[in-house]
Design a binder for this molecule. Structure first.
Ligand code: AMP
Ligand code: MG
Length: 416
């Protein structure tokens, strides 16, 4: 993206959360659709209408283990019928069921000609030569009609459908070994910081373990995308340049740390040299600094998010800005989590003029929410304990007990 005058202005002023989000989404377009093996399409967005190639079920069959009969013969209990044979699932019935006759039949087996009703085995004496009907059964009982699930030629799933397990089953039943669906975004995840060591290493003096690469990669996967990790870049421009050279093989790059104005914060200048980066100060707590831009690569421009380093800030800004962007990239129509109103149980202090997303525990039954305790941007446990975000507007200096607040249901999938 060329740095437009408005982008330059944006770099110097504070954006609201909504402004920043709409700027991000305006620059994201859905990825192309590709043909993929059916199971790989779970969680992907269907990019074609799926049409049934035949009726499902393809033939009239029994819904129960029992006896296929003429309904007129079993309108009263106590009738005895001659058993003329048996038919199992996957076999074809031999013979026609006439008056006073029955054929043993298993669930899923094709109905024999002449029969229109199945009497459950539990409602008979289970006889093999003759069978006694113990319960009156009405005509049509326990028979599944051809095409009662899907009709040949019918459009079963429309383009744009987010494929769930049941949809995958429906597609299998109409013979779709492969489907056309929007490609799953591939997201490069990079941590930056001289103080970071990997999860398996013992931190030395002044060092901490890299939490963000794991939380962010996990959040990428939880969004239905693939994450590839680029490790930890040191706080040196050359190391960052090298790492971002590999990052550009992704559809999106997400870094954490190094976007503040400290002496060792190199993300913005390095990305500027490799593409362009807007540095946004967002009126949000936590997560104020957020950088967004793109890397120039041989494959074209690759969007890059520079998230703040504090573990809560990075995961929270991922949730608010990166997740909707990834969903849009993956072709989703619904980008935002459900919201609810709740009565706040405790007091939450916040800076005036910043929109606060406190981590909360929402009780849907009681209609209440409380914060998870200390809300510092380094206290990742506040997120681990939470099932929602409490969205408190910019103006007030606190939210008070008893107040009605809005919660973002981060425990539920997007609904709008
Ligand atoms: P920065 O944004 O680089 O100034 O980092 C802000 C704070 O977040 C510092 O206390 C860092 O040590 C911490 N931090 C940065 N990256 C990570 C990470 N990957 N895992 C855990 N903490 C981090
Ligand atoms: Mg740092």
């Amino acid at each position: 993206m060329a740095t437009s005058p408005s982008a330059a202005r944006a770099a110097t002023r504070t954006l609201s959360v909504d402004e920043a989000l709409s700027r991000v989404l305006a620059r994201i377009a859905p990825l192309d659709a590709v043909e993929m093996p059916l199971l790989d399409a779970l969680g992907a967005v269907l990019a074609e209408d799926a049409v049934a190639d035949r009726d499902v079920p393809p033939f009239r069959n029994s819904a129960m283990d029992g006896y296929a009969v003429r309904g007129a013969d079993v309108s009263r209990a106590g009738t005895r019928l001659e058993v003329i044979g048996a038919v199992a699932a996957g076999a074809m019935p031999k013979g026609t069921v006439g008056r006073g006759q029955a054929m043993r039949i298993m669930t899923g087996a094709p109905m024999p000609d002449g029969a229109d009703t199945v009497v459950r085995v539990e409602d008979t004496d289970n006889g093999s030569q003759m069978v006694a009907i113990r319960k009156a059964t009405s005509i049509g009982t326990a028979v599944r009609q051809a095409g009662e699930d899907l009709r040949s030629g019918e459009t079963i799933l429309r383009k744009g459908t987010l494929l769930r397990p049941a949809d995958i089953g429906v597609l299998a039943s109409i013979g779709r070994a492969k489907v056309l669906a929007v490609r799953r975004p591939n997201v490069a995840v990079l941590s930056t910081g001289d103080e970071l060591v990997d999860v398996g290493d013992v931190p030395g003096p002044g060092q901490i373990r890299d939490a963000n690469r794991y939380s962010i990669s996990a959040a990428v996967r939880a969004t239905g995308c693939a994450a590839f990790e680029l490790g930890i870049a040191r706080d040196e421009a050359s190391d960052l340049r090298h790492a971002l050279g590999n990052a550009a093989f992704g559809d999106v790059v997400v870094t954490s740390g190094g976007v503040s104005v400290g002496d060792h914060d190199h993300v913005k200048p390095v990305v500027d040299a490799m593409g362009s980066m807007d540095f946004w100060s967002i009126a949000i707590r936590p997560g104020r600094p957020l950088a967004f831009g793109e890397l120039r690569t041989k494959r074209g421009a690759v969007p890059i998010f520079g998230l703040p380093g504090n573990p809560v800030s990075s995961l929270l800004t991922f949730e608010l800005f990166v997740r909707p962007a990834l969903l849009k990239l993956a072709g989703h129509a619904r980008l935002f989590r459900p919201r609810a109103k709740a009565k706040l149980l405790d007091r939450i202090e916040k800076p005036t003029g910043l929109r606060m997303f406190a981590r909360g525990v929402y009780d849907a039954e009681a209609g209440t929410v409380r914060s998870t305790g200390p809300q510092g941007s380094g206290i990742l446990r506040s997120m681990s304990l939470a099932n929602c975000l409490i969205d408190i507007p910019e103006a007030p200096p606190a939210a008070e007990p008893g107040e009605t607040v809005t919660v973002v249901r981060t425990d539920l999938p997007e609904d709008h």
